[in-house]
Design a protein around this ligand. Structure first.
Ligand code: CIR
Length: 260
């Protein structure tokens, strides 16, 4: 297994007011979002992951997307500085949760004028690719790079133009295999990877999680499902329609790490 633990946060009723900068699919249905979230937790648990479920935060509509206010590694955690004002306070709450898993001196912070969101951080075998996007600026990247360097992890910046986050357009499956779509197809930063190219009409499904015990992908994307199966990955599908409506992908709903 590639990680032993996952942290998730149950969506509150306020999830219906989540930020929607990209999708044009209407507002989420709360009850359906809750059911999809529970199914997501069950899928991770069934794959052998120990899932910690945090209480909803009604004041923060996007707080179920726990991937953004933190980056978690084996040896350290970084509390990020989400760029949108409605999300910035999530950092304090995620810190409280991570203090159960990391000692204080292994928890670092990104601070203004730096901004960084975890959706922009893709770890590839100890190297961090960090998207410079509408949510992550150069200063946030430089702060993150300095923290990662303390633990001998390199960090590389990758400009993101067409997606919310880096991982909205590419995710790493391990073993040199990268799912890519849109601007990341044949991108020079990823020249040394085996690229699994996701067609534009299934771009949402580029955001997958390899548990090491099967790949979890969004339900309803047959081309990507076949692509993953052709590369030897057992596939497990999660219904994500309500989170897709507010630009949330599969990885956004969890922080994944190996507790020690
Ligand atoms: C937002 O715009 O911040 C949320 N509605 C969606 C966050 C998605 N997070 C992610 O891709 N890591």
């Amino acid at each position: 297994m590639l990680f032993s633990n996952a942290l998730v946060r149950t969506p509150g009723h306020s999830v219906i007011n989540g930020i929607d900068d990209y999708a044009d699919l209407g507002r989420p249905d709360y009850e359906r979002a809750l059911a999809q979230h529970q199914a997501y937790v069950d899928l991770l648990s069934d794959r052998g992951v120990a899932v910690t479920v945090l209480d909803p935060l009604e004041a923060f509509p996007d707080s179920c997307f726990v991937e953004d206010p933190a980056v978690v590694a084996t040896d350290f955690a970084v509390i990020t500085n989400p760029a949108r004002a409605s999300r910035t306070p999530e950092r304090g709450f995620i810190r409280l949760a991570l203090e159960h898993f990391y000692s204080q001196d292994h928890i670092f912070e990104i601070n203004a004028p730096g901004h960084l969101e975890g959706g922009d951080v893709m770890e590839v075998d100890g190297t961090y690719y960090v998207g410079l996007s509408a949510r992550t600026n150069r200063e946030g990247f430089e702060q993150f790079k300095a923290i990662a360097a303390q633990f001998n992890h390199p960090a590389l910046a990758v400009p993101v133009h067409d997606f919310l986050h880096l991982k909205t357009g590419t995710t790493y499956l391990g073993d040199g295999k990268l799912l890519v779509t849109g601007e990341f197809v044949n991108h020079p930063a990823f020249a040394n990877f085996t690229q699994l190219v996701v067609p534009a009409e299934e771009a949402y499904a580029v955001n997958c999680i390899n548990t090491g015990n099967g790949v979890i992908m969004p339900a309803g994307f047959p081309v990507v499902k076949q692509l993953l199966e052709d590369h030897g990955f057992p596939v497990f599908e999660a219904a994500m329609s309500e989170f897709e409506k507010i630009d949330g992908g599969l990885t956004c709903l969890s922080l994944r790490f190996t507790a020690h």
